[in-house]
Design a protein around this ligand. Structure first.
Ligand SMILES: Nc1ncnc2c1ncn2[C@@H]1O[C@H](COP(=O)(O)OP(=O)(O)O)[C@@H](O)[C@H]1O
Ligand SMILES: [Mg+2]
Length: 346
């Protein structure tokens, strides 16, 4: 996935810079990895470009309900007569800082998905309402719904359950990307055979205050003290990048390519201080690993996650978004360990 590639590139570049003088051979290796990852990324982008006609966002204050209602006739034209489109706009006067073309693009994708999920009959509802510091826009269908496995992967670029030529797998990633660029969030609720609700949250203009920049920790704060971290990641190059990075910061690193293997490592190694796991992996994923650790013999070992998608977020566990940089990874691991042992180092 694209975020894995970016993480490999960012991590590799940071490390190549550090290795440059002391160890040119290691730097060379990191650069070769960057080159390979960038090449894979370039191939992905080439495929993406043919679907994206976005030349940067042009955000301006918008009355969201007006933007939606102005677009309803276009949405209507996407749908067969037998599908009802109900529009219920209740975010009167709410203003968001948004690019109207992006908002239309998002609605177009969601309503197309809703249409594809029905057998040509039923109803699609587009609703808006005021919510805490923002507006919620919902697209609701009573179509076939999604399995839990599908829901986990819908934000993954190129993930589609549709036949070749029907689906691109880029609709929801685009929705996710656009809403993120608007400082909003996307949530999906779906049940097989019952339907799907996609809920968008966008901050209203008043709430759109500039963010406070968090204190940048010094490198010394980020250092490990020989704690053992188990990295669970199915992408071998990304696992290697994370391992090297944490080793450099002073951690002992173990790795496992999936949940099942991680449990084996935990059984064999009693001294793991923290499990850092990907969420979506073939075989046993991160959430199942979390469940089995908590219900089994490893309830005392904290598990935290790194993930690139807005897929259903693991409960009660910190999440490091991909792509990460080495400093962000080290800070995240340090924070997670410190949260567990507040007295350490006193
Ligand atoms: N409203 C929906 N109802 C059921 N499944 C959906 C819905 N929206 C998205 N999906 C699932 O998510 C997948 C990815 O959607 P998307 O990213 O828009 O790509 P595409 O529509 O090209 O397949 C779809 O193939 C489908 O399986
Ligand atoms: Mg789609």
């Amino acid at each position: 996935d694209f975020n894995n590639l970016l993480t490999i590139i960012l991590g590799g570049a940071s490390m190549a810079l550090l290795d440059l003088e002391a160890s040119p051979e290691a730097a060379r290796e990191a650069l070769l990895e960057i080159e390979a990852a960038a090449q894979r990324g370039a191939d992905l982008v080439r495929r993406l470009m043919s679907f994206s006609r976005r030349g940067g966002l042009r955000r301006r204050p918008l009355a969201i309900d007006e933007t939606i209602s102005g677009f309803v006739p276009t949405l209507r034209r996407l749908l067969p007569e037998s599908l009802a489109l109900e529009v219920e706009l209740q975010a009167t006067d709410a203003q968001v800082l948004a690019d109207p073309v992006a908002v239309e693009q998002v609605l177009l994708n969601l309503v197309s998905n809703a249409r594809d999920a029905t057998e040509g009959e039923g109803r699609i509802r587009v609703r808006s309402r005021l919510a805490r510091e923002g507006v919620i826009v919902e697209v609701v269908d009573d179509g076939r719904g999604m399995s839990a496995e599908t829901q986990e992967r819908v934000f993954e670029p190129f993930f589609t359950t549709k036949e070749a030529g029907q689906g691109t797998g880029l609709g929801l990633p685009m929705v996710y990307g656009l809403i993120q660029q608007h400082d909003g969030s996307v949530e999906i609720a779906s049940a097989l055979g019952e339907g799907t609700t996609v809920e968008l949250w966008l901050p209203t203009l008043e709430a759109n205050a500039p963010e406070v920049t968090p204190r940048k920790p010094s490198r010394e704060d980020l250092r490990g003290h020989g704690e053992t971290i188990l990295i669970v990641e199915d992408d071998p190059a990304l696992s290697l990048t994370a391992s090297r990075c944490l080793q450099r910061f002073g951690y002992v690193v173990l790795t496992a390519p999936g949940g099942t293997e991680a449990l084996e490592v935990l059984d064999a190694e009693p001294d793991v201080d923290l499990v850092l796991s990907d969420v979506v992996m073939p075989g046993m994923g991160g959430r199942e690993l979390q469940r089995q650790m908590q219900e089994g013999a490893h309830a005392s070992v904290p598990i935290v996650f790194m993930s690139g998608y807005a897929s259903p977020r693991p409960q009660n566990a910190p999440l490091l978004p991909k792509p990460w940089t080495p400093d962000a990874l080290a800070a995240f691991v340090r924070d997670c360990l410190d949260a567990r042992e507040p007295a350490r180092g006193g």
